[in-house]
Ligand binder design. Structure first.
Ligand code: GLN
Length: 380
């Protein structure tokens, strides 16, 4: 394997999902729903295939989806963007992340990341040859340590990556935090890459897009996808929204990574994004119930549960159960209890920082969540 990828193992999500199957454990690890996406979206995909929308799509997206993404962004943020010049459709947000890093970062550029962070950020930054500067968010509230953040900026800083609502913690960046980040970026002429794939799963406060802050659109790449909002994580439809001068870089990388993404699924994605407000309200209502079942259950089991404002994840301290670290705890949980969680040490540059914490997901039907809680109550 190439040196730049040597340190990365099989992703933790793949490892844990494989173990879940092997041990017949309930999988509250990898974040994918165990229920299906909406009928009208599936119908639209079938229709697209039947209508012969089966050859290469236009590289940066089928026009109807570029338009639907721009319309949705306008509803969400009030920003008017040009669907032809400022929206790029990718194979999931994961590709949008890679295209952003590879298309806009030069080797040796510094990029600031908040730990814990989603694993693909570090790997794609490494592929781009970036130098990572890490700022750690700490429990209980994972708020931004402003002084540490300030000292992470240097004259070589090219970009900062934020993720709100945040995987794995469920933290949402507050207006005050975003304001601090924005003014540091303007002062130091730094770009913002913002992963907002959980924006529709915001429970305790309103989601705020960095691009909507004064003076920020011009330096921001907003990344999002269909998967979480429509319970279709296997479709791999994502996008990047950015002003034309940044979109150019993203599109250059995208052209040579995948060129284009699945044509019929793009038509279906356009139909999905035009869902009425009631769809989004119902999604949130369902997830609030699931979240309550898991969070209350985990508290009764005896975990220290940290508040999660958004995403379908919650982070807990496993320390009340006396295992030496997060990986040992997750192994015990799979083998002896029959439940899968994700050890968080993989989300840090220094694994020690995550040794007390594990992540559970609640994107499962209520029965599954209840059974997982029962198993833990009985055997932990
Ligand atoms: N985003 C999903 C999670 O955090 C995992 C996606 C993946 O397996 N790469 O659970």
């Amino acid at each position: 394997v190439a040196k730049r990828l040597e340190k990365f193992k099989t992703t933790i999500f793949t490892q844990m999902s494989t173990l879940a199957i092997k041990h017949g454990a309930i999988n509250l690890g990898q974040g994918f729903p165990n229920f299906d996406g909406p009928e009208f979206v599936k119908e639209a995909a079938i229709q697209g295939i039947k209508d012969g929308k089966n050859q290469y799509a236009r590289g940066y997206g089928v026009p109807d989806l570029n338009l639907a993404v721009a319309d949705r962004f306008m509803k969400d943020t009030g920003l008017v963007v040009d669907p032809e010049k400022e929206v790029t459709i990718t194979s999931g947000c994961t590709e949008a992340i890679a295209a952003t890093m590879l298309g806009l970062i030069n080797s040796g550029d510094e990029v600031i990341l908040f730990a814990p962070f989603y694993d693909s950020y570090e790997a794609t930054l490494s592929m781009a040859g970036a130098k990572i500067k890490c700022v750690t968010l700490r429990p209980p509230d994972f708020s931004v340590p402003v002084d540490e953040l300030k000292s992470a900026f240097s004259k070589n800083t090219r970009a900062i990556l934020i993720n709100t609502p945040h995987n794995p913690t469920g933290k949402m960046f507050t207006r005050e935090e975003l304001d601090v980040i924005a003014s540091l970026c303007i002062e130091n002429d730094v770009l913002v890459f913002t992963d907002e794939v959980y924006d529709k799963l915001a429970f305790e406060m309103d989601h705020i897009s960095m691009a909507s802050l004064p003076g920020m659109y011009e330096r921001t790449v907003t990344l999002n996808s269909l998967g979480k909002t429509f319970s279709l994580t296997g479709w791999k439809i994502g996008w990047a929204i950015a002003p034309p001068h940044l979109t150019w870089g993203v599109r250059q990388a995208h052209s040579f990574l995948t060129f284009a993404t699945s044509t019929p699924m793009q038509y279906a994605a356009a139909a999905a994004l035009r869902a009425p407000d009631s769809y989004y309200e119902e999604l949130k209502r369902d997830y609030r119930k699931k979240k309550a079942i898991l969070v209350e259950g985990l508290k009764e089991v005896g975990f220290t549960v940290f508040p999660s404002s958004g995403t379908y994840f919650v982070v807990v301290a496993h320390t009340p159960f006396g295992l030496e670290n997060d990986v040992a705890f997750c192994e015990y949980l799979i083998k002896e209890v029959g439940v899968v969680a994700i050890p968080t040490s993989v989300f840090y540059l220094n694994p020690e920082d995550g040794k007390d914490l594990v992540r559970f997901t609640f994107c499962k039907d209520e029965g599954t969540l209840r059974s997982a809680v029962e198993r833990m109550k009985e055997k932990l």
